[in-house]
Each structure stands twice: as structure tokens, then as C-alpha cells.
Design a protein around this ligand. Structure first.
Ligand code: 3H9
Length: 691
């Protein structure tokens, strides 16, 4: 075996050359990998005795794509195009041997090889769209030539990873090797190709499938319509579609030029910058600086949940979904039966949509047992309290848990705003107490805020992180403060939204501005969905707030057919003149002079205070890093991924501008707008939050 560079070796097995890449963690196509491939192929091509060339990878995966961290930097070494051209033009067959994932540029390299072999567990995909990009190394031109236009459209706009067996059926791979015999299998496959004198298949020259779709505009019109909802606001899906259109309507070389042009537009734009940032932020959030990798992980193989309401039920489903048994506690058999019934119904609905089987429904519901006796939690590894937000009730529960839970069990509260330290203090073991703030619906939403109390042990935090990963959540560690990170920032937006409608905007104008920004819905549509009466008491209502007025008028939100909006039987919302009248009267009563409010002002008023609050959170150490705040908002509140989260967006706007705005607003309207001293420091000292 000869070393080509730090990440590449070459060796021979008989007359077969084998180039091995070893560039952890994922063999991304960094400059050294491209150089190694280029030199390796040159050597093998020049070797008179070599009859075929295999490209194989060490470690957990085949090439998982271009090196994302290299985008935006000066290009070094051979370009990916040069490497690909060199592979495709080889005078002897080049075979990609795939394990793990062949993604993005990795699959694009494999598609320039003449043949592909994969182990059964391997997956292939072009996930560039998730980074706000398109496959820019010929992927959009080669893929439809192999799998056809419809499948190519689906793959490039979803970024889906396709299992090897399906790849074989689609023609993306030519052979499946034994799971633990890729090297041997690929050598045998290479020998077979040589002995059978098989052709050097160049996908770039296969035109049948793209020509078959030429002139059929409907394919694209229908496809665009089918993804319109999920692609709203994103540039990359449309650019990907245009590239596939180019493959259909142009020669390969022309198509490549169009792909290149559109790729460059995306890679230099802010959407992709935000999405690439979010990719790394999502991985960064799992790293807790003061928790060493060897920190003890406690078991979490039996779970107790207190409360069979919407939250408790949803939380339980997360565990049953991955085979972990759950015991749910309720006070009355009636509430317990109701809660368990809803869980079953939820699973059945999912099965009816074909997402799980009816066998899964039985398996999962069997894993969730109910009880009205809290003592039944005495053997649980992790107990999550999910009763309504009442401090006294929670305190009582934790006192009881302290008496009944086994030694070392993790005691968690699902509070969304209450003081976790105060709750922990009810027990003799505050080191075992933590906040696990699931978001509703808890079986669907990906975010989990892990609230680290003053005394929570490192082991309990590390275990909670591991548990979160095992149930498919994105977890962010946050500190104890009212509303933690997510709801604390949300409160800023809500306050300003409420003020805006008294100053002159209508709820639908505020909602439209935020919807157009990219949120799935605005604050008033969200209130209607949640129910305006959450935390409202008819007997205590004084009519002093707009909410009091709406609730008193029976406008409790979607459930009563009207709230800030009026709803039809399909729950489609429309503005309502009655609400308009109520709001205008309310402004008059409070002597607030209504005025025209622009969309731009709505966005500034709603978004800038959120960014300022983010700085306060960082200053107080309630989030570990700015990007963690963004991850909370992307995964828990629908902040559009292509705007990167409040902190990233603030940087795009310019923190100096945000600071100036706050100073001016503070002078005019007072302390709601007082800028965070940390924001001032970051601006004055030019600190890079993401450095
Ligand atoms: C592209 O290819 C463009 C081309 O079309 C055109 C070019 C002209 N680059 O996710 P994990 C790091 S765009 C750099 O935790 P897993 C990651 O940050 C690319 N770094 O592991 C992490 O680092 P750390 C298209 C990368 O096992 C570590 O690897 N490809 C890259 O759960 C482990 O990652 C993609 O979009 C990269 N490409 O999942 C694939 N990929 O340890 C992106 C990973 O310091 N990658 N890292 O935190 C993935 O989807 C997953 O990483 C993968 C492994 C499924 C491969």
C-alpha cells in the first residue's frame, strides 16, 4: 500500500487498483481528498498493468459531500470538476464502493464513476437543498439521466437518503455487496467487469430518460404545485427544479453551465449561508463545554410520566416510539382512560396515513401503561412531571417523588416557564432534578429545552442529552429564568404585537408580515390555535385587556369558530369586522391615537426586541452560545431556516443597527426597548458571536 497524501492510499489486488480515502469524520471532499483522488486516479490510469480502479472509503461512510466549511473560502487544489472529468474519462473502469452514505458531492463523484457497488445498509442522496444549495458537481444533470425526471425532482428537492436496495432498483447502484464484505465484493465486481469486457458507462452520455420528458411541461408545473407549501420562501427547491428542467431541455454540457450558474447564485446568497450555519449550529448545540465525554450516563430504560393530558400523552409517545416502556399516572381512572384513548387514536391516525403499521400501533400502545397510583413509578429511571403550570401542585408532586422514586432516578419537570430550582428544592436530591421542556405537540415537535438547575448534576444533564437524541429530539441546554430561552424571547414578540394592534395595525396585518417573513403563522393566528382562554378566568375577567374583551364575547379561538379571526367549517380564517371594531374602541378608550403602520415597522417591532432579548440571555449565561438560541427558534417556533434564527438574522441586519434602533426607541417609549449591555459590548468591541 502506498500513501498518496495524508488522507489517501493506493494499492493493488492483482490487476485492480484500489484508492482508499480516509478523512474523518465523513470523508468530505476537502482539498486534500480531491488532491488524493486526482493523484490516485492518475497513478492508476498510468499503471499499465492495472485494469480497473476502485474508490473506497475508510471510517463510517463513503464521501458525504463537499466540505461545507470550505464554501466561501479561496479554492485550493484541484477542483471537483477536474477530478470528476478525470474519473469519467478514465481509459479503464472506475467503480465507487459505497458504505454509509454517498451524499451530495459524494454521490456526484460516484455518478462520474462507470459503476457503483454498495452494501445493503448504504444510502445515497443529494441533500444540498437542505443547505440552501443544489448539487453543483453535475448531480442535477446526471441524476435524471439515471433515475428519470420525476424521481430526480423528488430526490433533489427533498434531499432524501435512498436505501441501497431502492438505489439498485432505480439504477443508481449496479450491484449490492455483502454487508461486511464491501472491499472483497468490489474487487470481485471489478474483475467481473474486466473479464466480461463491459463498457465504460458514462452517465453524461445517457440521454434517453431526459429526452423522453422533453416537451412535457406538466411534469414541472405539477411538481412545483405539489411542493409549494413546504418549499414556501426557500430559493433552493425552485433552483433545483430549474436545473432538472435544464437537463431535459439542453445538452449535457449546456445543462452543466446552467447548473453551475445557479449553484453560484445560491452559494453566494444569504439563504444558503443561513442554512449552512444552521447545519453546524444543530451539531454544535449537542456540545456542552463543561461536560466531559466520559461523564456517567444513567439508564433511561423505564419512564414515568405524571399527567395524561396533551403534554403527558405526547411525551409518552416519544418513548414508546423507540421501544421504551412508559407508565403514565393520572389522578382519576376517567382521565387516565381518556388520555390513553387519545394516544391510541393518534397512533391509529398515523397508521391510517400509512406512516406506521397497525402492528406498530399495538406494539406502541402496549408499551404505555396507565395507573392512578404514583407509587407505581418507584422503579422508573426517569420520571417526567407534565401537569398544568401551577407551582404549588408541582412542588407537592416533587415532594412525593422524593419519597417514592428509586435512588438515582432522574426527576424532571416539563414546566415551560416556572423556576426549576424552586421545584428541585422540594426534594432531598436537587442534583437529580432537571427541566425537560417539550413543545406541543410533544410527539411531533423536535425541540427539547433541557433546563439545567443550579444543582443539577453533570451526569443528569449528559443523560438528558443522550435521551433526547435517542428519541429524535434536538436538545438545547438552557438556564433557569422565566420562560427559559424560547418563551422568554417569544414574550418580546407577543408584547410588541399586542401593542401594534392598539397603535394602528390589525391582527391580520401583523400576522401577514410575519408569515411573509417565513413563520408558519403569526402571533394572533397562533393564539387562536392555542385558545385565547389559556390562563384566562371568566370570574376574574375585568375587561381591561383586549383578550378579556374577546373571551368575554365568546371568541376563544379556533375551537369556538372565532377569536382574533373568524373561521369557516374547514377552519380557514378570515379577518372579522367585529374584531376590528373592538380593537378601535379599545384604542380609543385607552387614548391611543391609531396610525398607519408599515410592514417594515411591524417586522422591526416584532423581531428586533427578540434579538435584544437573545443578548440578555447570553449575558446572563442562560444559553451557552448564540447559535443555541437560533436552534431553539428554528426547531421550536418555526423561525425560517433560511433566515438562520434571531441571532444570525440580527447579524445580517447589523447589530449596530439593532442597537441604534433600541436606543432611539428607548428614548421615545421607555424600558421595553432598553438595549442589552452585552449588545452594546458586542457592537463596541466588534465581537464575533459565531467566531
Ligand atoms: C455538496 O456536496 C455540494 C456539491 O453538490 C457541489 C460542490 C461543488 N462537510 O452529522 P454528524 C461533520 S454540499 C463538512 O454529527 P452523523 C459534522 O459537522 C454537501 N463537515 O454525523 C460533524 O462535525 P463535528 C452535501 C461535515 O453520523 C461530523 O461531520 N452533503 C460534513 O449523524 C459528523 O457529522 C450533505 O449535506 C460536510 N459535508 O451523520 C451531508 N458532513 O463532529 C451532510 C458532516 O465536528 N452531512 N460533517 O460536530 C450529513 O448529513 C451527516 O453528517 C451524515 C452523518 C449523514 C453524513
Amino acid at each position: 500500500m502506498t500513501s498518496i497524501n495524508d488522507v489517501t492510499t493506493i494499492e493493488k489486488d492483482g490487476n485492480i487498483s484500489i484508492i482508499t480515502l480516509n478523512s474523518p469524520p465523513v470523508n468530505a471532499l476537502s482539498a486534500p481528498v480531491r488532491e488524493g483522488l486526482h493523484k490516485g486516479i492518475t497513478e492508476a490510469r498510468n499503471d499499465g498493468e492495472s485494469e480497473a480502479i476502485i474508490i473506497i472509503c475508510e471510517g463510517r461512510t463513503f464521501i458525504a459531500g463537499a466540505d461545507i466549511s470550505e464554501f466561501g473560502q479561496e479554492p485550493k487544489g484541484p477542483s471537483l470538476f477536474e477530478v470528476q472529468e478525470f474519473i469519467e474519462d478514465s481509459n479503464k473502469p472506475v467503480i465507487a464502493a459505497i458504505h454509509g452514505t454517498a451524499l451530495g458531492g459524494g454521490l456526484e463523484v460516484a455518478l462520474t464513476c462507470h459503476y457503483r457497488i454498495a452494501v445493503p445498509s448504504a444510502k445515497c442522496g443529494l441533500p444540498e437543498v437542505n443547505l440552501g444549495l443544489l448539487p453543483g458537481a453535475g448531480g442535477t444533470q446526471r441524476l435524471p439521466r439515471v433515475v428519470g425526471v420525476e424521481k430526480a425532482l423528488q430526490m433533489v428537492t427533498s434531499g432524501q437518503h435512498i436505501p441501497a436496495k431502492q438505489c439498485l432498483e432505480m439504477g443508481l447502484v449496479d450491484e449490492i455487496a455483502a454487508e461486511d464484505g464491501l472491499r472483497e465484493g468490489s474487487i470481485n465486481f471489478a474483475k467481473k467487469i474486466v473479464s466480461e469486457n463491459r463498457p465504460l458507462v458514462k452517465i453524461s452520455e445517457m440521454n434517453d430518460k431526459v429526452e423522453a420528458a422533453r416537451g412535457n411541461e406538466n411534469i414541472f408545473t405539477d411538481f412545483r404545485a405539489s411542493i409549494a407549501r413546504r418549499a414556501r420562501g426557500f430559493l433552493a427547491p425552485e433552483y433545483n427544479i430549474q436545473c432538472i428542467e435544464a437537463a431535459v431541455n439542453n445538452s449535457f454540457d449546456e445543462g452543466i453551465k446552467i447548473e453551475r450558474k445557479l449553484f453560484m447564485e445560491l452559494v453566494t446568497g444569504t439563504q444558503s449561508a443561513a442554512q449552512r450555519y444552521a447545519f453546524f449550529a444543530q451539531r454544535q448545540v449537542a456540545k456542552i463545554p463543561d461536560i466531559e465525554p466520559d461523564t456517567e450516563i444513567k439508564p433511561f430504560s423505564s419512564i414515568g410520566v405524571i399527567g395524561a393530558g396533551t403534554m403527558g400523552g405526547g411525551i409518552s409517545m416519544n418513548f414508546a416510539n423507540v421501544g421504551i416502556p412508559v407508565t403514565i399516572i393520572e389522578q382519576s381512572q376517567e382521565n387516565l382512560d381518556k388520555g390513553l384513548g387519545i394516544i391510541r387514536k393518534n397512533y391509529e391516525n398515523t397508521a391510517n396515513k400509512g406512516r406506521i403499521t397497525f402492528e406498530d400501533v399495538e406494539k406502541r400502545t402496549n408499551l404505555i401503561k396507565g395507573s392512578t397510583d404514583i407509587n407505581d413509578l418507584s422503579n422508573c429511571d426517569l420520571i417526567i412531571e407534565a401537569v398544568f403550570e401551577n407551582m404549588d401542585l408541582k412542588k407537592d408532586i416533587f415532594k412525593t417523588l422524593d419519597n417514592i422514586a428509586k435512588k438515582g432516578a432522574i426527576l424532571a419537570t416539563n414546566t415551560s416557564a416556572l423556576d426549576v430550582n424552586e421545584i428541585a428544592a422540594q426534594t432531598s436530591r436537587p442534583e437529580d432534578v432537571i427541566g425537560l421542556h417539550f413543545f406541543s405537540p410533544a410527539n411531533v415537535m423536535r425541540l427539547l429545552e433541557i433546563v439545567r438547575g443550579e444543582k443539577t448534576s453533570k451526569s443528569v444533564v449528559a443523560t438528558s442529552m443522550k435521551m433526547a437524541k435517542s428519541i429524535g429530539k434536538v436538545a438545547a441546554v438552557v438556564g433557569v429564568c422565566p420562560g427559559f430561552v424560547g418563551n422568554r424571547i417569544l414574550a418580546q414578540r407577543q408584547r410588541e404585537a399586542n401593542k401594534l394592534i392598539l397603535e394602528g395595525a390589525m391582527p391580520w396585518e401583523v400576522d401577514d408580515a410575519l408569515f411573509d417573513f417565513g413563520f408558519p403563522m403569526g402571533p394572533f393566528a397562533m393564539s387562536d390555535l392555542a385558545g385565547l382562554d389559556i390562563g384566562w378566568d371568566e370570574d376574574l375577567s375585568t375587561g381591561d385587556t383586549l383578550r378579556d374583551k374577546l373571551c368575554e364575547a365568546g371568541r376563544l379561538g379556533q375551537k369556538t369558530g372565532k377569536g382574533f379571526y373568524i373561521y369557516d367549517e374547514k377552519r380557514n380564517k378570515s379577518p372579522d369586522t367585529e374584531v376590528e371594531k373592538l380593537i378601535i374602541e379599545f384604542s380609543e378608550k385607552h387614548q391611543i391615537k391609531r396610525r398607519e403602520i408599515s410592514k417594515e415597522e411591524i417586522l422591526e417591532r416584532c423581531l428586533y426586541p427578540m434579538i435584544n432579548e437573545g443578548f440578555k440571555i447570553l449575558e446572563e449565561g442562560m444559553a451557552i452560545r448564540a447559535s443555541d438560541i437560533d436552534i431553539v427558534w428554528i426547531n421550536g417556533y418555526g423561525w425560517p431556516m433560511y433566515e438562520g434564527g434571531p441571532m444570525f438574522y440580527g447579524q445580517l441586519i447589523g447589530y449596530d443597527k439593532i442597537l441604534k434602533w433600541h436606543k432611539e426607541m428607548e428614548e421615545k417609549f421607555g424600558s421595553d426597548f432598553s438595549p442589552s449591555p452585552y449588545l452594546e459590548k458586542v457592537v463596541n468591541e466588534k465581537i464575533n458571536l459565531f467566531g
